[in-house]
Design a protein around this ligand. Structure first.
Ligand code: GDP
Length: 219
């Protein structure tokens, strides 16, 4: 696929194929977790997706998995405040975390989100990486910074994924990638490579699949 940017990583064909196969396999909704005692046994590698409401998380998860059912499940009323677990391939979990930073969210929701997410992030030994989605038009906002601080404190490795890159002018893409990379450069738990994507155009999707499949124990 031609993209209006050079991807920061050149994945070889076998890595891209591993990524394709991982997401072509089963990806079934397993359960929603509202309290930590409901977490499934920590017997598989997991990758979690986090981001502000409306960042394009459902669209990205749909683009990765090539199905619509996943994110629909997560957006079902009652499930939006949960950690939604999906079986990813035979050996992994994909965890859709509740969106944060919604301006009108009641205070008690925010507090509940923080508690659940904080406890989950701190205590989950099998959590290999959190993908933190950032809308490329907006960059890092205060709510994102709060989450990155939390991840740094909990020493949970995370990687920034830029979404909706098709909304930028082609000339804005490289500067946006660079600015985001610099913004997280000194953060201790941040992966140095920022992943560029557009769910709408399919940009960066094979590469993100390959990146997830490269996590030890996953692919
Ligand atoms: P969520 O709240 O983070 O799950 O966000 P959604 O996936 O529901 O997306 C929020 C809005 O952004 C929707 O109107 C999507 O159509 C739009 N959107 C999501 N991804 C993209 C993208 O890659 N490009 C464009 N142009 N719009 C997108």
């Amino acid at each position: 696929m031609t993209t209006p940017f050079a991807h920061p990583i050149e994945y070889d064909a076998p890595s891209l194929e591993r990524g394709r196969l991982l997401f072509a396999g089963r990806c079934d909704f397993l359960l929603g977790v509202a309290r930590l005692d409901q977490l499934p046994a920590a017997d598989r590698v997991e990758v979690a997706f986090a981001g502000r409401s409306n960042v394009g998380k459902s669209s990205l998860v749909n683009a990765l998995t090539g199905r619509r059912t996943l994110a629909k499940t997560s957006n079902t009323p009652g499930r939006t405040q949960q950690l939604n677990f999906f079986a990813l391939g035979e050996r992994g979990y994909l965890v859709d975390m509740p969106g944060y930073g919604y301006a009108e969210a009641p205070k008690e929701h925010v507090a509940a989100w923080n508690r659940l997410v904080e406890d989950y992030l701190k205590g989950r030994s099998t959590l290999a990486r959190v993908l933190v989605l950032i809308d490329s038009r907006h960059g890092l906002k205060a709510a994102d910074t709060t989450v990155l601080d939390l991840l740094d404190k909990a020493a949970v490795g995370y990687q920034i994924v830029l979404t909706k890159l098709d909304k930028l002018k082609p000339s804005q893409i490289a500067p946006c990638l660079k600015a985001t990379r610099l913004a997280v450069a000194r953060r201790p738990a941040a992966h140095p490579v920022v992943m560029p994507t557009s769910a709408e155009k399919g940009w960066g999707i094979p590469e993100l699949r390959a990146e997830v499949a490269s996590l030890p124990g996953m692919g």
